[in-house]
Write a protein that binds this ligand. Sequence first.
Ligand code: UT7
Length: 323
Amino acid sequence: MKTRIAGTGHFLPKNVVTNDDLSKIMDTSDEWISSRTGIRERRLATEETTASMSAEAAKLALADAGVSAQDIDLIIVATVSADHMTPSTACEVQAAIGADHAVAFDVNAACSGFLFALQIADMYIKQGVYKNALIIGAETLSKIMDWNDRSTCVLFGDGAGAAVVCPAQDDNQGLASITLGSDGAKGMVLAGINRSNNNPYVKTDIGPHYIHMDGQEVYKFAVTTVPASIEKVLDEAGLTSEDIKYFVLHQANIRILQSVSKRLKVSMDKFPISLDHCGNMSAASVPVLLDEVNRKGMLEKGDKIVLAGFGGGLTWGACVVEW
Ligand code: UT7
């Protein structure tokens, strides 16, 4: 028995911030940002929170799947920017949508988080422990950006994407293969810093919790690891890249996507893009883009797509899904 994606949804904050808007508050330009990344604008939260965006995306995914909140057994939110250390964002979503029977928890695997959540849900569903799961990738990265670091803060945006996953009706549908990976030894090339020990026995001058990134190292990691992980899941599913309708990848940088398309010898037409209007939303990138593709009617039953994420940890994940 396989796990299928039965419905998707996404929610973005209403505040649109263009590259030109950023150039008014820091030393940057539309030319620098768009030529190096493909990003033209992003949404930055004002009153929206990680939990509120997650709940809105979840409601849309439930409606798309035709499943009620009461039918949800499991909620997993992938995020590195939860509003609280506890309760988890998933517990907040449970309360907001009235999923009274669900077990709820968060996972932290940065930009690969949606893939990690998908595999956890798949395991529970295949074992028969839970039937209907809500998996969400959500971030309010703007609150953990260093707004004095122009090399990082211009890249990221806020948003949330969700999917309802449940048992497939037949074996020609659902998750065909999935791989995850981690390389903690390289963790500090993309890190949310500043949670040092601080108690009566050790005093730390705790500063804000900022994201710090060595962009070139992350770039090198992405352009080698992503094609390798995609080739692995294609191989495991007995497919080639020609069988795949769309490659729904984490939206970090257009140059990374172009490099992956070149290495896989696949046209860029098969790589849907949301980074131009969303920026990099870490765990939210993959499910937001998946929902955009779904809502545009670009997917039909039987289509095969690849989802892939990569980022902080370092972590990565890829899967093949038959729609
Ligand atoms: O989810 C995974 C997320 N990670 C990524 O997407 C990172 C992948 N890496 C990248 O996409 C690229 O490394 C970046 C787009 C982040 C940076 O591009 P780069 O070509 O590696 O730029 P750089 O960091 O080497 O900086 C080049 C120049 C520097 O000036 P100097 O020293 O050459 O005079 C920077 O100070 O660009 C300058 N710079 C900027 N200028 C205008 C850095 N940020 C900006 C900016 N606006 N926002």
